[in-house]
Design a protein around this ligand. Structure first.
Ligand SMILES: [Fe+2]
Length: 310
């Protein structure tokens, strides 16, 4: 089954509309582009939906990948090591090309650990207004969110987005397998509960960074370490950051190799210095993210120890 071509699992229909940050009155700031969010569009075929659902129900996924935090009551993370089709589908060039085309910038999935993250609605004593995934911006620049549950005739379950003036714009998933692509690091958003029907709401989320290592990448781990096996997250983080650094160095090396030595001028020297600064900042940020996550983890463990003694 998992040997079928990726297209077997897709039923792509392009989105009818895409919004820019400007149209939503959201400050551009350090965004990678003016792209904000697409209207939901069909991405997966019924075969794809069923195959992914069946993979995430596997015993190892349920026992090894389930996390919760204040923001999300139940999520599955780091699932791709147990789910071969999920890994192949979300790593595929076909799906990456679709997401990139919609976002208007060439993207790549950030790391295997962040492929096919599932947010699952579970009963919440706070009632129907409690959010499945609280208001936030993402740790990584872009995201594709796919609805895996059947939404026909049901109320709720939308992704809600905040405009710059504070008003809320709902994006309802019209069917199972529908998807939206968002610059989630710059668009404040949340997941609303399904308030009618069986109450099942499962979304699958994959995060992206620019494929061009020379574009700005302000990824962080602030929102992810609490719901991760830290060593696995750091492993993925380090691989992605080292690969980016290597690609940045190679891009600069190629640029220098294509520049005849005799033509080198003062501005080339300034350019080299600027790139060294950029790579130094990138390296420092890579380490600082790990350090700040470890510091926050240490504080959490201390607070838990104190509350257990009380
Ligand atoms: Fe998000």
């Amino acid at each position: 089954m998992t040997d079928e071509p990726v297209r077997t699992y897709l039923n792509y229909r392009p989105p009818e509309q895409c919004y820019t940050l400007q149209e939503l009155d959201i400050t551009y700031g350090q965004a990678i582009s003016d792209y904000a969010i697409s209207s939901p569009f069909q991405l997966l075929s019924s075969t794809g939906i069923e195959a992914l659902k069946s993979e995430i129900l596997a015993e190892e996924v349920q026992s090894q990948c389930k996390f919760s935090c204040e923001r999300t009551a139940c999520c599955l993370r780091g699932v791709s090591r147990y789910c071969p089709l999920l890994k192949r589908l979300w790593s595929s060039q076909e799906v990456t090309d679709i997401v990139s085309k919609i976002a208007g910038v060439k993207l790549k999935p950030v790391m295997d650990y962040e492929l096919g993250v599932c947010n699952i609605q579970v009963p919440d004593a706070r009632g129907d207004d409690a959010l499945v995934d609280d208001w936030h911006t993402d740790s990584y620049p872009f995201v594709a969110i796919v609805m895996l549950s059947d939404t026909a005739g049901l109320v709720g379950g939308e992704t809600l987005v905040k405009r710059g003036d504070g008003s809320v714009l709902p994006f309802a998933f019209p069917s199972a397998g529908s998807c939206l692509v968002m610059q989630g690091q710059h668009v404040v958003h949340c997941g609303r509960r399904m308030v009618s029907g069986p109450g099942e709401r499962v979304t699958m989320v994959t995060s992206y960074v620019p494929a061009d290592p020379c574009l700005p990448d302000r990824s962080i781990m602030k929102g992810t370490w609490r719901v991760s096996h830290r060593s696995q997250l750091y492993y993925g983080w380090a691989k992605y950051r080292f690969a980016s650094l290597a690609a940045q160095a190679n891009a600069r090396l190629s640029a220098l190799e294509n520049r005849p030595e005799a033509a080198v001028e003062e501005e080339d020297v300034q350019d080299i210095m600027a790139w060294l600064t950029h790579m130094e900042d990138f390296t420092r940020k890579t380490r600082e993210e790990m350090l700040s996550c470890e510091a926050a983890y240490g504080q959490l463990k201390s607070a838990q120890a104190v509350s257990q003694q009380a």
